[in-house]
Design a protein around this ligand. Structure first.
Ligand code: MRU
Length: 335
């Protein structure tokens, strides 16, 4: 496989490496990944996360295993096991389906490696095109609110929603970002803050439950979020808390944009009610953990509700920004 280098995933000198997103921002640790069990655990623990990145990391691992002379049957099992790690983001399924198709070819090793390189490079190009379209929605001096992490860490390229913000900041120089902390796993407070810091884009961190106050004060001009799966009718799943923002944006008349590559669109999924929502461990809500250590504040036997994602109805979306362009409400059916 050729050299492929992203912000949090790289294949270099015969080694597949991932940047541990659980340890960021205080520790930058790259792990070498050589087997399915290791990648499953990296994905399950959100050390590798973000819809496009999960799919690409799993893909590069399968290509690496193919080059290590894994059999067709072993590769088929690897693809199935990796696909089962996280159910909500469709990008992983899309990647694994591409590899299943490659596996049927006579030269399946060559075909899998070719498809893996193509998927990685395609994601870089998709991010770029998304940003070129999305930047038209941003005005100089905008205060943009975002949720979770949709940057270079979550993709092979410059990111989706955060890629638009990054490109707008390069264009205007005076963009300010409101960063939702993103409970329970703090992708905003840890990862988006880390990326904006590195890109030198002014930002302010807030707890998720402060967004209403901010909007009521007229301090949010626009909201840009990513997506893990967009249904055929435009409903979409994204990090839990996104739906809250969409409702608030609607009440306060603030434009609410969803930004994603075509690989996040699921034409087979009629509406948001069909999207499987991953439920996660109670410990993520009863306390916090990370490179800073772990702490639990809730009583031991506390019953917990912890969906990793929520579904926002299409009616609350001002426009969807894809690599192919910007689609508003009536135009969405032509995506
Ligand atoms: O649980 P995570 O951190 O993988 O969830 C990520 C998100 O919800 C992102 O907003 C989405 O994947 C878009 S990333 C370009």
């Amino acid at each position: 496989m050729k050299e492929l280098i992203g912000a949090s995933l790289k294949y270099q000198a015969g080694k597949l490496q991932v940047l541990d997103q659980y340890l960021l921002p205080h520790e930058e640790v790259w792990h070498v990944c050589r087997d399915v069990e290791n990648m499953q655990s990296l994905i399950n623990n959100l050390q590798v996360r973000g819809a496009p990145l999960i799919g690409l990391a799993a893909t590069l691992l399968v290509a690496y295993l193919a080059e290590q002379e894994a059999t067709r049957e072993e590769l088929r099992e690897a693809i199935d096991a990796l696909e089962a790690t996280r159910p909500t983001a469709v990008n992983l399924k899309h990647c694994m389906d591409c590899l299943r198709h490659a596996l049927q070819q006579d030269d399946f090793v060559g075909e899998i490696v070719f498809r893996a390189e193509q998927l990685f490079e395609e994601d870089v190009a998709l991010c770029q095109r998304i940003a070129e379209h999305g930047v038209a929605l941003v005005d100089a001096s905008d205060n943009i609110l975002t949720h979770c992490n949709t940057g270079a860490l979550a993709t092979a390229g410059i990111g989706t929603a955060l890629g638009v913000i990054f490109t707008a900041a390069q264009k205007y120089g005076n963009i300010h970002v409101w960063v939702d902390e993103t409970r329970p796993l703090l992708q905003g407070g840890r990862l988006t803050a880390y990326e904006l810091e590195r890109w030198k884009i002014p930002y302010t961190l807030l707890c998720d439950n402060m967004a209403a106050t901010l909007m009521a004060a007229g301090k949010v001009d626009k909201i840009f979020v990513g997506a893990d799966r967009i249904a055929a009718n435009g409903d979409f799943a994204n990090k839990v808390g996104t739906y809250n923002l969409a409702v608030l944006a609607n009440y306060h008349n603030i434009p609410f944009y969803v930004v994603a590559p075509k690989t996040t669109f699921d034409a087979q999924c009629a509406h948001g009610g069909e999207i499987e929502i991953e439920q996660r461990n109670a410990s993520e809500v009863t306390g916090v953990s990370g490179s800073f250590g772990a702490c639990q504040w809730a009583p031991d036997r506390t019953s917990v509700f912890n969906p990793a994602f929520d579904v926002t109805p299409a009616s609350l979306v001002t426009a969807w920004v894809f690599d192919s362009g910007i689609y508003n409400q009536p135009a969405f059916s032509s995506v």
